[in-house]
Design a protein around this ligand. Structure first.
Ligand code: SF4
Length: 291
């Protein structure tokens, strides 16, 4: 007899009253959320010291399912909200979880400037190559040739190569995995959480309902089998080599991990030089007891 499991091991980090979630069957988003919460637990960060911010879209719903301080912002604005949160309370670990349409199209300007500043944020960008929640429009990561509602004969635009984009802007941790690579993805999330500065993890994830159906890729399981066939691990390569073509190889791995001053470190250093040794760096709000 199969024993009924009453509690999920990650229950304490989930708002179980919000389950069942809205994500489609065999969508990759549940795997991403499971990996993220596992990484949070493994990293030992307390629930009081972490906040999750997301934008609009299927991925953006993640903020509603985590039992952490979280905020579901307007379209494209997750990064400026997260930046304000971090500057207001530098002790907080601030994580942005959002999709390619939200972070790279509408929020694209915020993305490049957050990376340029080496803002101390962790960004998880779930890339399913389309605007899924709004019905499957093509976007800035759609590979040429892929069919979507606004590209019925196939997209002809050149897409962003996300690892190269954020690397060239100044990100100091950059990785890409697919939802097939659960262990590597979880390790990457944990490394990104521990990394001082702008850390960016792209996750290639199936959207069987919209992108998969339009391009006849089959179920989510079929798409994950495709990842197994087409993924190549190439750690530390030049991020210019991370382009994705329809039906082509998917390069995965950790591409960038380097240390350089974060935005707050630069700001404090500049103010110390300007104000002198009397300068006391801001380290966050005091608690009610005033200490
Ligand atoms: S529409 Fe696509 S991305 Fe959104 S929940 Fe369904 S399968 Fe996932």
């Amino acid at each position: 007899m199969i024993e009924q499991i009453e509690h999920h091991p990650l229950d304490e980090l989930l708002r179980v009253d919000r389950i069942p979630h809205i994500w489609c069957s065999t969508c990759g988003l549940g795997i991403v959320l499971n990996s993220f919460l596992t990484a949070v637990r493994e990293s030992g960060i307390s629930r009081q010291d972490i906040a999750v911010v997301s934008g609009i879209g299927c991925t953006g719903r993640a903020a509603g399912y985590v039992n952490l301080d979280s905020f579901h912002t307007t379209h494209g604005r997750a990064l400026p909200f997260a930046t304000g949160l971090k500057l207001g309370n530098p002790k907080l670990k601030v994580v942005v979880i959002s999709g390619d349409g939200d972070l790279v199209a509408i929020g694209g300007n915020h993305l490049i400037h957050s990376a340029r500043r080496n803002m101390d944020l962790t960004v998880i960008c779930v890339n399913n190559f389309n605007y899924a929640m709004t019905g499957g429009q093509f976007g800035p990561t759609t590979p040429p040739g892929a069919k979507l509602t606004t590209a019925p004969f196939g997209s002809y635009e050149h897409p962003f190569n996300l690892p190269f984009l954020v690397d060239s802007c100044g990100a100091t941790y950059v990785a890409r995995w697919t939802v097939l690579h659960v262990r590597q993805m979880t390790d990457a999330f944990r490394e990104a959480l521990e990394h001082p500065g702008f850390s960016f993890v792209e996750v290639i994830s199936p959207c069987p309902t919209v992108y998969g159906r339009r391009n006849q890729l089959g179920s989510g399981l079929d798409i994950v089998k495709y990842y197994r066939e087409k993924s190549v691990v190439r750690n530390d390569i030049d991020t210019r080599e991370c382009e994705i073509e329809l039906g082509g190889t998917i390069v995965v791995g950790r591409f960038v991990r380097k240390r350089k001053p974060t935005y707050l470190e630069k700001m404090n250093e500049y103010l110390r030089q300007s104000v002198g040794e009397a300068f006391v760096p801001y380290s966050g709000p005091v608690d009610d007891a005033g200490d």
